[in-house]
Every structure is written in C-alpha cells, then in structure tokens.
Ligand binder design. Structure first.
Ligand code: TYM
Length: 334
C-alpha cells in the first residue's frame, strides 16, 4: 500500500507557495484515504541559525497551519522531526552512503551557500541526506512536494538504491515524487522569474498564511504584471512569467486547470482579473488564517497533538531503523 511522507521547515512563516505547492495537496492525499505522515522538520530548520523562541513559535504556527488547512490528526500523523530520533540516526547512516560529489551538485545548497560556502554549516551540506532519512525511516513510497524539491527526491532515490546495492538487500523502496497541480512552483509577486519564498527580504513578494484579508488584496493589486490583457490560450503566457504566475495561482486556489482560467478570462485586463483573484484568495485563505489564530491561542494543545503524532511516528520508524542497524552490522543489546 502507498505511504505518503512530506515535511515543511519551520524556518519562517508559511507562504501561499507552501500552501498551494504542499499543504493543500497534503490534505487532498489524506482525504483520498492514503496513509499520510507529515512533519515539521525543525532539525532541517537549524541548518541555518534560528532564534530558539522563534523556532518554537514557527513550529507551532506551522502545525496550526496544517490543522487549519484540514489535516486531521486522527487520520494523518502530524509531528515535529526532533521528537523522533530515528531521523537523526538514519541521517547519519545516509551520510555514510551519500557521496560528496552528489551533495555538491545540489542546486539548493549552491543557492543557499552562495559564494561563501566555506562559512555555511556542515548541516546545510548534509541537509538532503537527512531529508532522505525522513522519508525512508517510514519506507514511504510517495512524497508530495513543490517543484523545488525534485532534485532532493532524486537524491533520496540514489541513496535508497546505493544502500540496497552496498548491503545486497532489497530494503528501501525507491520513492516517487508527487509534483502535481497548477501551482507546483508559485513565483514571487514582484518578479515572475523568482520562487515565492519565506526568506525573500521583500514581504510584498509573497502572501503569508498569517496575512489578513486587506493585506492579501493589497499585495495582489500591487503584484507586478505586464500591460497586455490575458491571452486566449496558454501559449500566449509563454514569455509572460508574472501573468502566468497569477493564472496558476488562480487555478490552484479555485481547483481548476490553468486552461479553464484562461478560457474564463480570455481578453480580460488585469484591472478585472486582479480583483477577482484577490477575492478568491481571501475567500480561500481567510478561514485558514482565522482558524490558525484560534489554534495559536492554545499552544499546549498543539504541543500535545505533536507529541501524540511523534509517538505514532516512532512506532513505525523504530523497527525500520533497528533493521537498518542490523543490516549494517551493528550490535544491538538483545
Ligand atoms: P520547504 O519548507 O522549503 O517547503 C515546504 C513545501 O512547500 C513547497 N514550496 C513551494 N511549492 C510551490 N511554490 C513555491 N514557491 C514553494 N515554496 C515551497 C516545497 O516544495 C515543499 O514541498 N526540504 C524541504 C522540507 C523537507 C521535506 C522532507 C520534504 C525535509 N524533509 C521530506 C519532503 C520530504 C523544504 O525545505 O521544504
């Protein structure tokens, strides 16, 4: 049977990109009745220094976003990574499987390290190997993510294959990335060639799940566009990254395809399309924001849910990691 695992870093507030590329689809998978395991990856977050109080706050806020978006802790496992030591344990084993050359080719590392790679943490370099451990500690088969995580999932496959080969076992599954829907790569509202990101210095570039209705509407009204009306076919969006981004966002929020949106708005000016998009965004996001705010009134309850999720996660991962120790040749007390 398929088993889904995915994670989100609590390294900042969640954006519309995280919602459309990940969270919304996590809920769909849960509602399809698939076994789903979702994780706030706090150990990944500290590959770049995090203020401890903020990390705690953002982990709870992320969990609140999962719940507000429709994750049901009775049907999905929801927890934070550091509570289940299997992740760190398997991460170490995978550090000994992954090759320096593989890691050096990770574009996200190169982007984050920039020119000064001498001065980033060793954890940032090893990041994708911990990510492989997240997934394979559960022998998950499918991983829903946005487009930007594709290369990391290819590495996860390489690690699983090399582990199986090195030890002559058929132990780890080769995972399938699940990158689907109209918004697998939501772009910045200020620059259609850049990904919408929680770390962009401009708050105008993104919609945060904590933004109120006015702020959302204002950001969409001010989003960068070109002067042309919307075309009558998807082809007409080819060299118009900002227009294409807004159409994709509309489609994902409405649960339509981009083709349908273009059919409905062919020839429309942005003066018409942007207010429609703002209304749609507010209608879809405001209930989530309000519910997040309500949940955040009771942080102890969020911690309790994360703790229960962690216990269920531990029960799945522990025997798998124990088998890995055995395969590798490590003595375990009987
Ligand atoms: P993170 O925290 O950067 O993002 C969480 C999820 O949101 C997606 N996403 C986007 N999708 C569409 N458009 C965007 N602009 C956008 N920005 C982010 C990401 O693709 C991701 O699915 N390495 C992961 C976290 C992770 C993980 C894992 C994921 C750790 N272990 C195991 C899956 C399985 C990350 O940094 O995601």
């Amino acid at each position: 049977a398929p088993r889904i695992f995915s994670g989100i870093q609590p390294s900042g507030g969640l954006t519309l990109g995280n919602y459309l590329g990940a969270l919304k689809r996590f809920v769909e998978k849960q509602d399809e009745g698939i076994e789903t395991i979702y994780c706030m990856v706090d150990m990944h977050a500290i590959t770049v220094w995090q203020d401890p109080a903020k990390l705690r706050q953002q982990t709870r806020e992320g969990a609140a976003a999962f719940l507000a978006a429709g994750i049901d802790p009775a049907r999905s496992i929801l927890f934070n990574q550091s509570q289940v030591s299997a992740h760190a344990e398997l991460g170490w084993i995978f550090n000994c499987i992954a090759r320096m050359g593989w890691m050096s080719r990770m574009t996200q590392f190169k982007d984050k390290a920039g020119k000064n790679s001498e001065n980033v943490s060793l954890g940032l370099f090893a990041y994708p190997s911990l990510m492989a451990a997240d997934i394979l500690a559960y022998k998950a088969t499918h991983v829903p993510v946005g487009e930007d995580q594709k290369q990391h999932l290819e590495l996860t496959r390489d690690i699983a294959i090399k582990f199986n080969n090195d030890y002559g076992v058929n132990f780890f599954p080769v995972v399938e990335p699940v990158i689907e829907g109209a918004a697998t790569r939501v772009m910045s509202l200020r620059d259609g060639t850049k990904k919408m990101s929680k770390s962009d210095p401009s708050d105008q570039s993104r919609i945060n799940l904590t933004d109120d209705a006015d702020t959302i509407a204002k950001k969409i009204r001010k989003a960068k566009t070109d002067p042309e009306p919307l075309p009558d076919s998807l082809d007409g969006l080819k060299d118009r990254p900002e227009a294409r981004n807004l159409v994709n966002i509309y489609a994902a929020l409405a649960g339509h395809t981009a083709e349908q949106v273009i059919r409905d708005y062919a020839g429309a000016q942005f003066g018409t399309f942007k207010p429609a998009l703002a209304d749609l965004a507010v209608a879809k996001l405001e209930p989530i924001t309000l519910e997040m705010n309500r949940l955040m009134q009771d942080p102890a309850e969020i911690d309790r849910i994360l703790g229960q999720g962690a216990a269920r996660a531990e029960a799945i991962a522990r025997p798998i990691v124990d088998q890995v120790y055995d395969i590798v040749g490590m003595i375990r007390a009987p």
